[in-house]
Design a protein around this ligand. Structure first.
Ligand SMILES: [Ca+2]
Ligand SMILES: [Ca+2]
Length: 129
């Protein structure tokens, strides 16, 4: 009697374990699906990042091309007058009217991110893009 009871317990334990294994397998399958989705998201993000870097390179190439024309004193930054010349020519290229001093000051403040009254290349990159 004692032996039989023991066996039943074992069987019960085994069934419980089997059920647990089934649950775990279901969980694994679910996690695998999730993993696949995350991997897809990651490769999409990687692609976006690669595209963004490509755009970035293009942006900097454009800036390098125009920079020399406007950075008259070769300081590596555009001061307010240099930026004004750049902006007006940039707008003319796009058939837009020149800015007023007020508009220019607003523009300048917006793009002079670090507030040193100079436009650096990194600040220009924000504008060209
Ligand atoms: Ca300069
Ligand atoms: Ca600045």
């Amino acid at each position: 009697m004692e032996k039989k009871k023991f066996k039943e317990q074992d069987i019960h334990q085994l069934v419980t374990l089997q059920a647990e294994v089934r649950d775990k397998n279901t969980e694994i399958a679910y996690l695998e699906t999730q993993l696949k989705q995350h991997q897809q998201t990651i490769s999409k993000l990687k692609q976006n990042l690669a595209d963004a870097n490509e755009n970035n390179d293009e942006t900097y190439q454009t800036i390098d091309q125009i920079w020399g024309r406007y950075d008259k004193d070769n300081s590596g930054e555009l001061d307010k007058l240099e930026t004004l010349n750049f902006l007006n020519e940039f707008l003319a290229m796009r058939n837009k009217p020149s800015v007023t001093i007020e508009q220019f000051n607003i523009f300048f403040k917006k793009f002079d991110v670090n507030g040193d009254n100079m436009i650096e290349k990194s600040e220009m990159a924000r504008f060209v893009r």
